[in-house]
Design a protein around this ligand. Structure first.
Ligand code: R5P
Length: 318
């Protein structure tokens, strides 16, 4: 257990201050004081406005769009805290951007998920707390401890309130890469399983035609994904489900990046409700009436408390 003068303090970057405030509230505290600004040439300026010497500091920053700005701000904040003699520095990354480039699947491409892990570590982080990384193996890209949380319990609790009759419930995987994640939900929620055969033709375009597994005729299909970026995957899956006769279609994702054509696609999609978390802020112009946002603040606050008091974080998965 860290001693009293190693008191826990949560600070926020500008990416998702609302979530950081909720986390601090859940810890019965307010956010640490820090002044974040841009110099006239666009460079980021950071000034920590309180003493952090010997503190157990948690820096909350989602590296969501504007990705490069938010990432750079995180790195500069970490540098500032390190130089201000924080005792321990945890980068809390509710959304970890650059994660989808996690292997060399063609020649002469970078592995940005690894590069960003290196940058966060070199900037001064002693540990990382992440939520639904795009691929679990990204944990291994860090040479510092990573606590990897899942929003599944928060999403499952909400799905349970919908009281979908078990015989009608079908967990729908939007692609074959999401089967493992969907099975985690299905294990807790029950229901049958179906998989959409998704082929990606570019970063914004996907083709979905075939369905594998359980019939959707007259059923309630619930799609589970880690993120919605341009919404091609989730809307394609919803259209397949509608053509297959599903009577109601829901989609859930931890991270609502919602970039490019996402909002228009979602507006026209046959989705009764889209369930997201607040890992990424949802500006009013993207807040469609059928979007429900669940907060991951209690989960992250609980994990922060456990890290601070050297208690098991994996307990949160039970
Ligand atoms: C794919 O591997 C991911 O889990 C998401 O399905 C995908 O990245 C979402 O992207 P988009 O919304 O642009 O289809």
């Amino acid at each position: 257990m860290m001693s009293n003068n190693h008191k826990l303090k949560v600070f926020s970057g500008r990416a998702n201050r609302a979530l950081a405030e909720r986390i601090a509230n859940n810890l019965g505290d307010t956010l640490g004081r820090i002044v974040l600004d841009n110099f006239p040439d666009g460079e980021i300026s950071v000034r920590i406005d309180e003493d952090v010497r010997g503190r157990d500091v948690f820096v909350v920053q989602s590296t969501c769009p504007p990705v490069n700005e938010n990432l750079m701000e995180l790195l500069i904040m970490l540098d500032a805290f390190k130089r201000a003699s924080a005792a321990r520095l945890t980068a809390v990354l509710p959304y970890y951007g650059y994660a989808r480039q996690d292997r060399k699947d063609v020649g002469r491409v970078p592995i940005t998920a690894k590069l960003v892990a290196n940058l966060v570590t070199r900037a001064g982080a002693d540990r990382t707390l992440a939520l639904d990384l795009h691929a679990a193996q990204i944990q291994g890209f860090f040479d510092i401890p990573v606590d990897h949380l899942h929003a599944a319990p928060v999403i499952n609790d909400y799905i349970r309130t919908m009281n979908i009759p078990p015989q009608d419930f079908v967990v729908l995987c939007p692609d074959e890469g999401s089967i493992k994640r969907a099975l985690i939900h299905q294990k807790k929620l029950g229901g049958a399983i179906a998989i959409v055969d998704k082929r990606r033709s570019s970063a914004t375009e996907t083709q979905q035609a075939n369905l594998i597994g359980s019939s959707l005729e007259g059923k309630v299909a619930v799609i589970f994904d880690d993120m919605i970026s341009t919404a091609g995957s989730v809307v394609g899956a919803a259209n397949v489900a509608r053509r297959a006769g599903a009577r109601e279609i829901y989609a859930c994702a931890t991270h609502g990046v919602l970039c490019g054509p996402a909002v228009e696609r979602l507006r026209d999609a046959p989705l009764k409700q889209l369930i997201l978390t607040d890992s990424i802020p949802l500006p009013p112009n993207k807040h469609l009436p059928n979007i429900k946002v669940l907060s991951v603040a209690p989960l992250l606050a609980d994990a922060i408390k456990r890290i601070h008091f050297n208690e098991s974080v994996s307990r949160l998965f039970e």
